[in-house]
Design a protein. Sequence first.
Length: 266
Amino acid sequence: MRRAGIVGTVVLVAAAWLASRCGGLAAPVASGAGKEEAPEGKLVFEDRFEKGLANWVSEGPFPADVKDGRLHVKTTEGEPKVGQYLWCRKELPADFRIEYDFTPLSDSGFFLLFFCVQGVKGEDILAPDLFEKYMNHKTWQDYQDFDKYTSPPDRKHGSRIRCYHVSYRRGNQANCNLRKNPGLNLVKTSDISQLLPKDKTVHVALTKKGARILLTVDGRAFMDYTDEGAVDGAFYNGGRFGFRQVYDSEGAYGNVSLYDLTEGKQ
């Protein structure tokens, strides 16, 4: 018993040291069936999809529905060449952690998470001015779903929205990209050991605290980046988050949780 206590103390000390070295944000530790231990912070939103899509706003031409307590999204590659977004109605705190279970149901397709999404003047992207009047999804032509939220240099337009987005399953490419928008600025690419396999459920956690962004999948770091303002100025806070799928893709999402990690609000 004494030996076990000593080992436990050593583990805790090591974890504290790691957190101090990482600016107070250590990579989560996996427990159970791939899920991570509950983070510090206040739970401010969770969705088990018992009320269907009541907490979500769909943007795009493809259907989204709830089956067996999970959000299902399926897209196809056709004309026009666009994807599908599902935006959460709950706004993000300044610092936060998003968690959800994800199951890729296709071998192909891109799966992305958009976060800190808002107008460049802090406007709500779900308000009529940006959601309905600015590049309305009913009028999208090729790639305009992506252009609306990223404003890439070769197809630049009004650039009215700022955000980050991270792609964590990218067809047959075993890497993870983080971009800062507007401008589709690639701020970091991380190599991952293998693709997320079809039909296997994993636990995804995205933590944004101050300038640091940490994405883990089943406790393994896919992306770790500190936005020091070299691209498009200071790091982003708040806004909204949502899932995006594109090309021939099918995926399921469940057990969505949002924690407020803002200092003084935990």
